[in-house]
Design a protein around this ligand. Sequence first.
Ligand code: ATP
Ligand code: MG
Length: 304
Amino acid sequence: MNTTFQLETRNLSHRFAANEEILSQINLQVPNASIYGFLGPNGAGKTTTLKLILGLIAKQQGEIFIGGKSFNAHRIELLHQIGSLIETPSLYSQLTAYENLAVWQKIYQCPKKRIDEVLALVRLSDTGKKKAGQFSLGMKQRLSIAIALLHNPRILILDEPTNGLDPNGILEMRELLKQLNQEKQLTILISSHLLAEIEKLVTHIGIINKGNLLFQGTLHELLQKQEQTAHVVLATTNNQHAATLIDPKWILPTSDEKKLLLREMPHEEIAAINKKLVQNGIDVYEIHSEKTDLETIFMNLTGN
Ligand SMILES: Nc1ncnc2c1ncn2[C@@H]1O[C@H](COP(=O)(O)OP(=O)(O)OP(=O)(O)O)[C@@H](O)[C@H]1O
Ligand SMILES: [Mg+2]
């Protein structure tokens, strides 16, 4: 058994109705101390997957492992290792941040000093007598994360925690999660439907669409996929003639009359092509290297 994964699902499948598979054979592999972005458009199956992992929906097919241990056999023990925030946080609006945490501290039976610790972690120490009902959405999200951290879990599972937050709130959330990951070696599994929102945060990415995991790997591997889409754009006064002067091995079939698209090539090669075209009486008015942005790769993968 591979214990390098802090969290793993094997062939996790799910149906709400007999004729419709919502998840098919999902194999999530979340490495220890990683920040894993679970990405997919609306309705892809993100929340369903996370709820299955947390046992909030009864599992039908497949297996879930935490730290290499099967959920089936060690359910309670393993749930203690997870903190989570799924959908809207449910807080006591008439209680302060401290009082909200005190309720959960009694339930979890953890030391009282944990309350101040987690309040400091999510930067809510100075909210004093202010009631949770008067908090901004960003503060409510942070208080919910404080509750999720109270019992000192090793994994934090967050379902779209930045939903509804303004750019500043998103930034604060990102900083908080980075800090928790770096200082506490907390493994974080975070879902989102926006790549741009988590791209700066995550170390690993899983892309799900219509219940299928389309990509899984490090952010670096996704960026390499992006490198593979890099090409050189060339526009001249006579592209047709230009095409006959360039070695065909460089020319991509996606070229059109307006622009010639060439394979990514060394700088010297670009310069040589440029020189040759000019020497043959063709004016070059555009030549540059271009990459498909990550968002487009995501869109292509998810077919949107
Ligand atoms: N309780 C349920 N009963 C029936 N179908 C459901 C139920 N919950 C979710 N679904 C369906 O399962 C599919 C996946 O939903 P899920 O909520 O997991 O997607 P999601 O990726 O979290 O989407 P979003 O980004 O909108 O939150 C959707 O087609 C949804 O309609
Ligand atoms: Mg969802």
